[in-house]
Design a protein around this ligand. Structure first.
Ligand code: GMT
Length: 376
């Protein structure tokens, strides 16, 4: 199939999922066209079946806001015509599903039919999309998509709760490539650079937005490091970072916490991590937790949104109520404080992660693509 993938190219989970999906589809022989405003972060190597088309939005002083949707829908029309693209798979409803619908209508006018598959990722529904300023347009574009998927049952339920959706929503969980990380020869253990031999390494990875509850990460770590020697790796960047750095100063633990900023060395950092922290207010899925679990890293998370669908309580880690820092710290110490328990959680985390292997998930998308091509 010739498939266009539209996504946010930045460090967000939706862009990562879209990119990894496109790359795997290309490996399986599909022709993939990434269409977005800059090269997706994980799209470092272009393979024979992968194309990347940049959406340019010309700056014009009259426009207070540059019209990205317009530029994107025009680009989609041009690329469909030029490459004979058969299907548009858009990740994140805003504004991608909306722009895809416009492109579809323009193409229809020229006698070209191209179906739309929309994947909902979370904040497009729970945070931004349900805002009254966007809600009618988001509901409209979901209803006008030919196929709609969501990355968890929890997000599916939220979507039906927030919007008047008449379409069936198919749950297709996010995925990982179980063996890819392990095979990467560039990954060598540089644990000693980060921590002493006797110190446990805890890691948090996110975009440091309020919804991630970054102060909770610091508070949990502060409690843990009082009980056992430990270091905290903070990976990512965003509005809550400065607050987190101040909190570390306040607790007198600045020398035990490393702020990496956005990093392309996630796998390296995870390769020497002992425990992953994700105390978010909500997560539609929690891809970062899954990426940690592949490395056999137990996860301490909140029990909100889709997290219980990824991190299994008492098996791959522990889940607690949002904001219950004490319980999260106690669970972290329980896992890290006993080697036998710790090894059991490590094994379980990897086993749970294997349920999300790309081999199992990708055919679900392919089946829906086939269905979309036949709905006309
Ligand atoms: O977590 C974010 O703020 C980024 C956001 C995104 O759109 O990239 O992540 C969402 O999509 C990811 C991939 O499907 C999910 O793993 C995240 O849980 C989800 N974030 C939220 O629901 C807050």
């Amino acid at each position: 199939m010739k498939i266009a993938i539209v996504c946010y190219p930045t460090f967000g989970g939706s862009g990562v999922v879209a990119t990894e999906l496109g790359l795997e589809l290309a490996r399986r022989g599909h022709e993939i066209h990434f269409i977005t405003y800059s090269q997706p972060v994980r799209l470092s190597q272009l393979s024979p079946n992968v194309h990347y088309h940049e959406v340019n939005v010309p700056e014009y002083p009259l426009f207070h806001y540059q019209p990205y949707e317009l530029a994107l829908s025009s680009k989609l029309v041009d690329m469909v015509k030029l490459y004979g693209i058969e299907l548009l798979h858009v990740h994140y409803a805003i504004p991608h599903a909306y722009a895809a619908y416009m492109a579809k209508q323009m193409l229809k006018d020229e006698g070209i039919y191209v179906p739309i598959v929309t994947t909902l990722h979370g904040t497009d529904i729970t945070l931004v999309g349900s805002h009254p300023f966007y809600k009618p347009a988001v509901a409209f574009s979901i209803n006008k998509s030919d196929i709609v998927t969501s990355v968890s049952q929890s997000l599916k339920d939220d979507t039906y709760r927030h919007f008047n959706i008449r379409k069936e929503i198919h749950v297709i969980p996010n995925f990982i490539e179980l063996d890819k990380n392990m095979k990467d020869p560039s990954i060598s253990c540089r644990r000693s650079v980060m921590a002493n031999e006797n110190e446990r390494i805890l890691t948090h990875i996110s975009n440091f937005r309020k919804i991630k509850r970054i102060p909770d990460v610091i508070k949990i770590f502060n409690e843990v490091q009082k009980q056992l020697p430990a270091k905290l790796m903070m990976v990512g960047d965003g509005p809550e970072r400065a607050k987190a750095e101040k909190l570390c100063q306040k607790y007198g633990i600045s020398d035990k916490v490393i702020f990496f900023g956005n990093s392309n060395e996630i796998d390296q950092i995870l390769s020497y991590t002992d425990l992953f922290l994700l105390p978010s207010e909500t997560e539609s899925f929690g891809l970062a937790a899954l990426e940690a679990m592949v490395w056999g890293i137990p996860v301490i998370s909140s029990n909100s949104g889709g997290l219980p669908e990824v991190n299994f309580d008492g098996i791959s880690g522990y889940l607690s109520d949002v904001g219950d820092v004490d319980a999260m710290a106690a669970n972290a110490i329980k896992i890290l404080g006993n080697e036998t328990i710790y090894q059991k959680f490590r094994k379980n985390a990897r086993e749970v992660a294997s349920q999300f292997n790309i081999d199992k998930i990708l055919p679900l998308y392919e089946a829906l693509y086939e269905e979309a091509l036949h709905v006309k």
